[in-house]
Write a new protein. Sequence first.
Length: 186
Amino acid sequence: MEIRARRFNIYFGLAVLTLAALLGGGCASPEKKKQEQLAALRVHLEVAPDSSGLCAPVPICRTDPVMVNVLKEPFLFENDVAAARVLPDPDGTFIIGLQLTQHGTWVLENYTASNPGKRFAIFADWGVEGQNHRWLAAPKFKARITDGRLSFSPDLSHEEADELVLGLNNLAIKEGNQEKPKKQKK
């Protein structure tokens, strides 16, 4: 009977463990994944169609799309969002409410004052690795918005809206636009 040390297996095991530690050490917890989830949001101005190549028609609403012609370059971005919330609407549905940063507030005030009666098409990219992306809404603004609050009824399920809001708030924390929520003691 021959007994040999199993050095190869031990060394191989140590190499695998070291490699796993260097590459991240396994699966992230669901809570960690939630904290890392980010979202993008772009707000575009409605314009008249032209041949300049600066604008394009976009479909708003999946079930019965309405084409809205918008500038390709957005005027508000996700880093202009300080906080996002899913809010109940009096009609029994929900809306997404955004509180903008100081910069976002100034930009929104400028655009709503300069473009009364125009639509703002809202595009979002959210979910795990941006798996969801689409045009969400095109609200029409009749008056100047000075308080930096933008709300709209999105073409989203409630679950998708929660994911989008989570991603926007995570980004706001990462960008320093919002304080990190304090952990509650048990």
